[in-house]
Design a protein around this ligand. Structure first.
Ligand SMILES: [Fe+2]
Length: 249
């Protein structure tokens, strides 16, 4: 199982690579530490989801490797721009892929695994998945997107679940009411981010992920701090019905 060897190489490399960004600046270290922890959780989510999907041992390992490497670009992004917002800096998935492609472990991957890894990482942070070259490419892109979202709720729930400011940016509210995904670059307020996290449920691919998010209470917490009017109430009601129907699947 050659991927076991590559994962152990990738673990050592990423530990050394992220350490190269360590310094005395507390604020800088906050961002680096956040992403080091996030990578570990997403790797575990990928593995558990792939096992839930009853994938082969090889594919479980490939999902785990994608989770481990998906946010490599965050370290350089944070150290250069001090933000994790791609629209204010650069696309962290593409940034990470440049770094990964320079590593010897990348060159050890066979051509199909390499192509799937590139596709999945490139598409993990986009609004939609691009046209996939194969069903397998699509599957791994779906796995990393779900695994990543699940952990982003964990990371950000405390920052987001604050008393409502009562201010939505019109395009964000419009998308929420239409159950359409929100562009990261359109968000201007913490209440917009609440809408983004709620509308994400329409972009989950597996009931496994939906169940985890519901069990952790993330959605209830976001809903409880949402500014409300009749339109928002109606959209929340529809969202709850959608979640229940997905969980029953
Ligand atoms: Fe990411």
């Amino acid at each position: 199982m050659y991927l076991k060897h590559i994962i152990s190489e990738a673990e050592k490399w990423i530990a050394a690579y992220s350490s190269s960004f360590h310094n005395e600046d507390k604020e800088a270290m906050w961002g680096i530490g956040l992403k080091e922890a996030h990578i570990g959780f997403v790797r575990r989510n990928c593995k558990e989801l792939a096992q839930w999907l009853k994938l082969t041992e090889h594919d479980v390992l490939l999902a785990e490797l994608i989770g481990l490497l998906h946010d490599v670009g965050r370290f350089r992004q944070w150290s250069v721009y001090r933000t994790f917002r791609d629209n204010l800096s650069e696309d962290h998935a593409e940034l990470g892929l440049k770094v990964i492609q320079e590593q010897s472990l990348y060159k050890e991957l066979d051509s199909e695994d390499r192509s799937i890894l590139l596709f999945a990482i490139s598409n993990h942070n986009k609004k939609f998945i691009a046209q996939a070259p194969s069903e397998r490419h699509l599957l791994f892109a779906k796995i990393i997107r779900d695994a990543d979202k699940l952990d982003i709720y964990r990371v950000n729930i405390e920052y987001v679940c604050v008393p409502p400011e009562g201010v939505f940016t019109p395009v964000c509210k419009h998308n929420f009411l239409k159950a359409e995904q929100i562009n990261g670059g359109d968000m201007q307020t913490v209440d917009d981010r609440k809408l983004l996290y709620l509308v994400w449920v329409y972009d989950l691919y597996f009931p496994w992920t939906m169940k985890k998010i519901v069990e952790k209470g993330y959605l209830d917490r976001v809903i409880a701090t949402l500014p409300r009017d009749a339109e928002v109430e109606q959209a929340v009601e529809r969202l709850r019905k959608f979640i229940n129907s997905e969980i029953k699947c």
